[in-house]
Design a protein around this ligand. Structure first.
Ligand code: RUB
Length: 323
C-alpha cells in the first residue's frame, strides 16, 4: 500500500508513459519525495529500509538512462547520516525538490547556451524526442533566428510525433522524415542536435537507437553534431570501465505477435539505444557550459563530484591490481 506511488511511477516509466531521460529522473525523485512523505514509521532503520526498497524499484525500471540512478542517489545521499526519521524525511524531501528544480533550470541554461551555436538560416536535424535538444532549437527560434528542422519518425515508438507537435506549436518550419531518409537529406542540414540518456567518461553518447547512424552520416558529410545533456546524464561509473547497458525492449513493439508467430525462423531484435563514439560528436552542451566530448571526465569530477580517487576510496579498489 505504502509503495503504491513508487510502483505506479515505476510502471509508467517501464511502459514509457513517462519517458525521456530528464523527465524519468525528475519523476523518480518526486516519487521518492512522496514516498518519504507517506511513510508513517517512527523507526529510522525501517524508514531507511523502505526508502532503499523504493529506490531499487525505481532504478530497475529502465537500465540505460543514467539520469535515473544519478537522481535516485542524489535524493538518497545523506540518508545514512541522518539520525531521526524527521531529519531523514526532511532530507529526502529537500534533496528531491532541489533536484527537480535544478534539473528544470538546467534545461533552461542548456537552451540559452545551445541556441548560441545555432546560426540564422540553419537547417537542423534532430532524432527522437529530447527536451534538452528541443529547448536549444526553440530558444534559437525565439531569438529571431530563421531556422528549419528535419525530424525523424523514430521507429518503433514514434517519439518523432511528439517532436513535430512541439516544433509545430512553436511555429518552427519542420520536415518529418522516416529514419532511413537521414543520409538522403544530410547534405541539406547544417547542424544535428540530439539529447542523451548517458554520456560516458570517454565522451561517447548513449541515445535513442539510430543516433549513431545519424551522427555517422553527419560526420561523413562534415555536418557538426551537438549533444544537449544535463550534467546528471554523465555516467560516473564508466570511470571504472563499467559499460552502459543498452535496453532491449519487446519485439512486439516492432512486429505484431500475430505476424511474428507465423515466422518461426525470425527473431525480432529491438534495442532502444545505441552508442555514438566521441569522434562523431563536436560539442556537448551542459548547463555548466559547452564542452568537447573528450572533456567528459571534467564534468564527472567537478560537477558530479566523482574523481577516480573517490572511486578508489569508495570501493577500496586497488587500481593497479584489478583482475
Ligand atoms: C528518449 C531519448 C532522448 C533522451 C534525452 O528515449 O533517447 O533523446 O532521453 O531526452 P525514450 P531529454 O523515448 O526511449 O525514453 O533531453 O528529454 O532528457
Amino acid at each position: 500500500m505504502k509503495l503504491m506511488i513508487v510502483t505506479e511511477t515505476a510502471e509508467k516509466i517501464k511502459s514509457m508513459e513517462i519517458r525521456g531521460a530528464g523527465r524519468i529522473a525528475r519523476t523518480a525523485a518526486d516519487a521518492l519525495r512522496l514516498h518519504a512523505t507517506a511513510l508513517t514509521t517512527g523507526d529510522l532503520d525501517t524508514f531507511r529500509g523502505e526508502m532503499e526498497a523504493a529506490a531499487q524499484v525505481l532504478i530497475a525500471t529502465r537500465p540505460t538512462a543514467v539520469s535515473l540512478p544519478n537522481a535516485v542517489h542524489l535524493v538518497m545521499a545523506g540518508l545514512k547520516h541522518e539520525t531521526t526519521v524527521k531529519e531523514a524525511r526532511d532530507g529526502v524531501i529537500r534533496r528531491a525538490s532541489r533536484f527537480m528544480e535544478s534539473s528544470q533550470e538546467a534545461v533552461g541554461k542548456i537552451a540559452r547556451i545551445g541556441a548560441r551555436h545555432i546560426r540564422d538560416g540553419d537547417v537542423i536535424l534532430t532524432h527522437c524526442n529530447s527536451e534538452a535538444a528541443l529547448s536549444c532549437i526553440i530558444e534559437a527560434h525565439r531569438n529571431g533566428k530563421n531556422i528549419e528542422v528535419f525530424a525523424t519518425e523514430v521507429r518503433p515508438r514514434n517519439q518523432g510525433l511528439v517532436t513535430i507537435r512541439t516544433l509545430n506549436a512553436a511555429g518552427i518550419r519542420t520536415n518529418f522524415i522516416v529514419d532511413s531518409a537521414v543520409r538522403s537529406f544530410i547534405n541539406d542540414v547544417d547542424l544535428v542536435i540530439v539529447g542523451a540518456d548517458a554520456v560516458t567518461v570517454n565522451g561517447a553518447v548513449v541515445n535513442k537507437i539510430g543516433t549513431s547512424q545519424v551522427a555517422h552520416s553527419a560526420h561523413e558529410a562534415r555536418v557538426n553534431v551537438l549533444v544537449a545533456a544535463e550534467t546528471y546524464k554523465f555516467a560516473p561509473r564508466t570511470i571504472l570501465g563499467e559499460l552502459i547497458s543498452i535496453e532491449e525492449r519487446p519485439g512486439n513493439e516492432v512486429l505484431p505477435d500475430e505476424i511474428a508467430q507465423t515466422l518461426k525462423n525470425v527473431t525480432v531484435r529491438n534495442p532502444a539505444f545505441d552508442i555514438t563514439p566521441a569522434e562523431y560528436i563536436d560539442l556537448i552542451v551542459t548547463e555548466e557550459g559547452a564542452i568537447p566530448p573528450q572533456m567528459a571526465y571534467i564534468i564527472i569530477k567537478e560537477y558530479l563530484g566523482w574523481g577516480i580517487e573517490e572511486f578508489h576510496n569508495a570501493f577500496e579498489i586497488n587500481l593497479g591490481h584489478e583482475e
